[in-house]
Design a protein around this ligand. Structure first.
Ligand code: GLN
Length: 280
């Protein structure tokens, strides 16, 4: 079978299983299997596909038809300015989270050298994107998942920022190292009961550890705020991603821990998503 026909058949399977963008997804999976880019596929659509590649391709189509996100099938996702490795253990980087990078770059436009802590690094997409832009900044990342740390370490090598980065496996409660000019976090903030109502791809395949915010959705946010208040320098900035309906409660938690609210920023869907505050 040639490449073109395999892609068309793959797209049909995806479409029959209600996967949007079925043709594009089929093309992306073909590109993964034959290790060539889209341009190659367009120019070589009549190339014959050997049985081994056809088999691997059909296996990927099967997985996608069951809802597994493309990023977990290709093991990569573009975020800010780079392509990041992802694994089944990491949350897939979201475009909405790029807001944190944007805000941090605004806040630090005139800073030469600062130290940053990220609580819950996952793939490392936020912290590493910042370190790539700011060669003299120093980053520390913690995560409770060893597997996520392995992925963020590989991403740091890929983005050539390893020399400015230290990673630790730690629970947020137990981490007590250093004082930071800037702390960032995108903690799990979905209410436990709401997890099963997330989009099917998310609910079935993304790590609960990165999404589950306990009964009220705030259990990790509370810990992150408390720890940040201890580890941040006076006058330091704290940038936090929150759920669309958590603005008011999180503001009151932040105020109690001595933070002054600088701005609340909306994501691409106009939901309150990112709070910037200063430790006073
Ligand atoms: N924004 C993610 C979602 O909607 C949740 C990320 C998180 O809990 N930190 O799936």
């Amino acid at each position: 079978m040639n490449i073109n026909l395999a892609i068309i058949q793959g797209a049909k399977v995806l479409k029959d299983n209600s996967i949007h963008n079925s043709y594009l997804d089929s093309e992306i999976l073909m590109s993964k299997v034959i290790e060539k880019d889209r341009k190659y596929i367009l120019l070589n659509s009549d190339r014959y596909l050997d049985n081994r590649d056809l088999n691997s391709f059909q296996k990927l189509i099967k997985k996608r038809s069951l809802g597994k996100p493309i990023a977990y099938l290709t093991n990569k996702k573009f975020f800010w300015d780079s392509e990041f490795l992802v694994s089944d253990d990491t949350l897939i980087p979201r475009p909405d989270t790029e807001l944190i990078v944007e805000k941090v770059l605004e806040l630090t436009a005139h800073k030469k050298k600062i130290s940053i802590l990220e609580i819950g690094v996952g793939t490392g997409c936020i912290l590493l994107s910042i370190l790539k832009e700011k060669k003299n900044f120093y980053g520390t990342g913690i995560d409770i998942s060893k597997n996520c740390l392995n992925v963020s370490k590989l991403n740091a090598i890929k983005l050539k920022v390893s020399s400015n980065l230290k990673l630790y496996k730690s629970d947020v409660d137990k981490f007590n190292l250093g004082k930071y000019d800037l702390i960032i976090s995108n903690p799990p903030y979905i209410k436990k009961k709401k997890l099963k109502y997330l989009e099917k791809d998310v609910a079935k395949f993304e790590p609960k550890l990165a999404l589950d915010g306990g009964l009220d959705g705030l259990s990790e946010i509370r810990k992150v705020i408390k720890k940040s208040s201890e580890l941040i320098k006076k006058g330091g900035k704290f940038v936090l991603e929150i759920g669309f309906d958590q603005k008011n409660i999180v503001i009151s938690l932040l105020k109690k821990e001595g933070f002054y609210i600088k701005s609340i920023n909306k994501d691409l869907a106009h939901n309150d998503r990112c709070i910037v505050c200063t430790k006073i």
